[in-house]
Design a binder for this molecule. Sequence first.
Ligand code: PAF
Length: 285
Amino acid sequence: MTVIKKLNDLDITLSKLSRKKILSLVPTMGSLHKGHISLIKSALKYSDEVWVSIFVNPTQFNDINDYKKYPVNSKEDINIIKSIDQNLNIFIPSIDDIYGKKIIRDKYNFDGIDKVLEGIKRPGHFDGVATIVKKLFEIFNPNFVFFGEKDFQQTMVVQKLIDDYFKDIKMIVCPTIRAKNGLALSSRNSLLSKKAKKNISIIYDSLLFAKQNFYKFSNKELKKIIKSNIEKNQGFLLEYFELRCSKTLKICNHENNHNSSCRAFICVVADGVRLIDNLLMHNEN
Ligand code: PAF
């Protein structure tokens, strides 16, 4: 296993790689969980050489406290990766290596997909994601890249970045991995209070409720019921619940769900921890 912390060293290592080798990249911010492990395992199936990058990217945080609170566990992350496969490679750059002296978030045009949901609640977030993802794609020049469906809007933004700048890269979106209670795995889950953890299944339960009752209620009615159920729990707040098309992110409902692409997007703040999730309102074949 290779662990590289300096961009120069990485450049040297990558320059020695045969061009014939299929290279996959799994970008992460560390604090790895089973969701990341499933991305890494998928990457191993697709490629000769897999790199996992671990970098908590400052430009995608619109709230400095959120950035400071973000869990960091590099040692544990390296052990987890080692236990998956000895041939995996890890890149853990410093902020300096990635951004130099000026930490700048570049601006992108995502044709509006960044102007809804997370884009409204976290101004600049997707520009920050695209800034780091573009830098990583330029460094690694990968054949395949792996992202999780939990951050569905992020996968759309990355796909737009690929369409605009990296036509040869193929993105593989892997299914959300859930805990037994349905909670989508996320590095932020470790920040949940004991009290919040007890009732946190309400997030996935709300998505399932929406799916089961999609043809019965209007979007407004669904949201009203879901909000009331969630906010019955002290310290829980529904930030958004919206039904949007998986292809365009335009608002959709049971009347215009012609191509079965309607997806529910939810964001709940549980005792100060902000969690997102989503679910397609139609069974996939
Ligand atoms: O999904 C994440 O963990 C991050 O947004 C990513 C893609 C690694 C960019 O920092």
